[in-house]
Design a protein. Sequence first.
Length: 309
Amino acid sequence: MSRPAASQKVRSGAVFGIGLMLLGVFLFAMNDVMGKWLVATYSVGQVLFLRSIAALAILLPLMRKQKVPFRIPPQPGLHALRITLSTLEVACFYWAVTYLPLADVMTYYLAGPIYVAAFAVFLLGEKLDPPRILAIGVGFIGVIVALRPSSATLSLPALIALTGSVFYSLLMITTRQLRETHDATLVLGQILGALVFGCVAAPFAWVAPGPIDLAALFLLGIVSMAGHACVNRSLKLAPASVVAPYQYTLIVWAIVLGYLFFGDIVQFWTLVGAAVICIAGLVLLLLEHQAARRGRVGKDIEAPVLPEA
């Protein structure tokens, strides 16, 4: 293949990858809207139970078609920890959106890369240089601005969302340590964890869903799986440094869809905090991209921040 043709193929892959990332982000946003609507009637456990059944109905045939082995993967303890973190994260997310505007909860979750960069120093033994320290500090300031910690504004739902975002960042760190594991195996673990949680929690507050709601609960799992497929394919078509910045369109969708479907009005300081967090996250992404180009070994550009919710 000639150099111009190869260059054109790379550009086409990048454009298609960006398009799939944008579509995946939109699907995750719609998934979150549907989840917020459903948890107003059904318990978090019931939503996770029925959503997981639908997701498994899609994932298992795909794994069989791709001949992904159904066996306990290496490092089972780390996988169990990852599944636990994933279940806690998604439960906190749905619990928080029951009471808070979608954009508020998503703002806390978008701080995931900030937490990852900070936690990696202690959990993975990674070193930080001054630019990263500055970016992390700015990101934490954004979280504080959005959270507005005072007796008048600091609520239990906000703390739940913040806790969920910390669980999510720890989930990303464990995922980094399991990077050799097949994507489908990782997603299967998350779904099974949510299914087990649902089996335990759902019976305590079971509400018999009507046909429309039942279809919506199953559609929740299908939309989530479609979002995962788009994001994973995007990362295979284009470098993470190219497509990952588009993850931050999630906050735009959260603001727009939250207003259209629930009449949520985002507070000024939440918007300011979200902007600061996004800027800090993009700076960290740029720093990782520069480090990768210099050939620094053992450090990956962070995967997109898309809560499995």
